[in-house]
Design a protein around this ligand. Structure first.
Ligand code: LLP
Length: 422
């Protein structure tokens, strides 16, 4: 029934289980669409990085944009992670999850003064600064508060991550980072600012990267820059290589995190940089394959050109297919007596772009339950209320135990902030 299942998903008497929990019982208890995450799958993914970086000074900052549920970030924080944040909202979540402020790094091209101030008050570990203009504003805010802001400058290494153009960030034409040629001057300037203290250098070349080649190229460019910056008299304490490691959605074959880091550390050692503290910001590779989205088949709509399978999850729950034509495997939760057929799996939203999978061979009938796989990253965190659909509930599985970690959003929740005319 399934070609290949991600870790911790397996069949028992035909039933799809996550760890020791039958997913159909969760769908019955909490309704659908429903996101379900495996604690063990997240911790295993983290331990591959921990193994890869063992013995080296390092900090793994989970990029919480991938999945910002409090229980998810608490799980990773309790296992030793710091957090990579990109907004004031994520800062508050990070603090609420009990993350030590010194283990929080703040990325993103558009930090506001208020966000900078709050992050400085909290005492975060580092700001990853993305432009000269941002550097000057951060300097002014820090001087005004009488503190020094620890900074890394995000450099744009002009490396092709060979991924989808919307999630490629390290090329010249992207809005991210400071161009290679300007980096040394920018560091000289930062070192002279009273409100700044240079901590490290940062780069992130894109997401869903499945080839170690672009990472090794970026590493070389970053180390060239570290050498040039230090030659200009500005010491660099840590090197942040960002996130970006891909996961297996279909037939992807990304390197394992520990293997990737073996290669990268060998390159650092060969170039005499083995002593440097390493920061990383993985998102998808920690949570992507630790989550599924359960959905119920509402209607079958066979047609002359296409057969449509209409389910109760939609692009507002799972925006990746609509946004990036992304592929997620879709499998039934239990065997069905129906005849197999080729279906386009679509949601109830009023857009032709509302599809979850195309040309999928599935044996299903109305009322059957399906799991959309690899839905732990950039699904719930990008979900919206389009069509006034409440966002889904979320459940965390741990062995045979389960915990509701977000309630289903009601219409009342959605209307709460609005005011009618009367
Ligand atoms: N650090 C920075 C500065 C980032 O911009 C990102 C992701 C990460 C770390 C984490 O990257 P990851 O390890 O998750 O690849 N919504 C898209 C992905 C957008 C990624 C944005 N930045 C998707 O669904 O594919």
């Amino acid at each position: 029934m399934d070609a290949k299942l991600p870790p911790y998903l397996h069949r028992q008497d035909g039933q799809l289980m996550f760890e020791q929990v039958p997913l159909s019982s969760l769908a019955r208890e909490h309704g659908t669409p429903l996101f379900v995450y495996s604690r063990a799958a997240m911790l295993d993914a983290l331990s591959a990085y921990q193994r890869g970086l063992a013995g080296r000074p390092h900090l793994i900052c989970y990029a919480m944009k991938a999945n910002a549920n409090l229980a998810v970030i608490e799980t990773l924080v309790r296992a030793g992670c710091g957090l990579d944040i990109v907004s004031g909202g994520e800062l508050e979540r990070a603090l609420a999850a009990g993350c030590e402020p010194a283990k929080i790094i703040f990325s993103g091209v558009g930090k506001t003064r208020a966000e900078m101030r709050r992050a400085l008050e909290a005492g975060i570990g580092c700001f990853n600064v993305e432009s000269e203009a941002e550097l000057d504003v951060l300097d002014a805010v820090a001087c005004d508060m009488g503190v020094r802001a620890p900074v890394s400058i995000r450099v744009n290494p002009n490396v092709d991550a060979k991924t989808h153009p919307y999630i490629s960030t390290g090329l010249k034409g992207n809005k991210f980072g400071i161009a290679h040629e300007r980096v040394v001057d920018t560091y000289r300037h930062a070192a002279a600012c009273r409100g700044l203290s240079v901590a490290g250098i940062d780069c992130h070349i894109g997401s869903q990267i499945t080839d170690p080649g672009p990472y090794l190229d970026a590493m070389d460019r970053v180390l060239d820059l570290v050498e040039a910056i230090e030659a200009a008299g500005v010491p660099i304490r840590h090197v942040d290589f960002g996130g970006g490691l891909g996961i297996d959605y279909a037939d992807d074959a990304p390197p394992a995190a520990d293997h990737l880091w073996q290669l990268l550390l060998a390159r650092m050692d060969a170039r005499g940089h083995g002593h440097r503290k390493i920061f990383i910001e993985p998102g998808r590779s920690l949570v992507g394959n630790a989550g599924v989205c359960l959905t119920e088949v509402l209607y079958l709509k066979p047609g002359e050109h296409k057969n449509f399978l209409i389910v109760d999850a939609a692009m507002n729950d799972l925006p990746r297919p609509a946004m990036y034509e992304a592929y997620h495997r879709i499998v039934p939760l239990q065997p069905s007596p129906a005849e197999p057929r080729t279906w386009d799996v679509v949601g109830p939203v009023c857009e032709s772009g509302d599809w979850l999978g195309r040309d999928r061979d599935l044996a299903v009938q109305p009322g059957d339950l399906l799991a959309v796989l690899s839905a732990g990253a950039y699904c719930m965190s990008m979900a919206s209320n389009y069509n006034t659909r409440g966002r889904a509930a979320e459940v965390l599985v741990d062995g045979d135990r389960t915990r509701l970690i977000r309630q289903r959003e009601s219409v009342a929740d959605q209307l709460r902030l609005e005011r009618g005319l009367s």
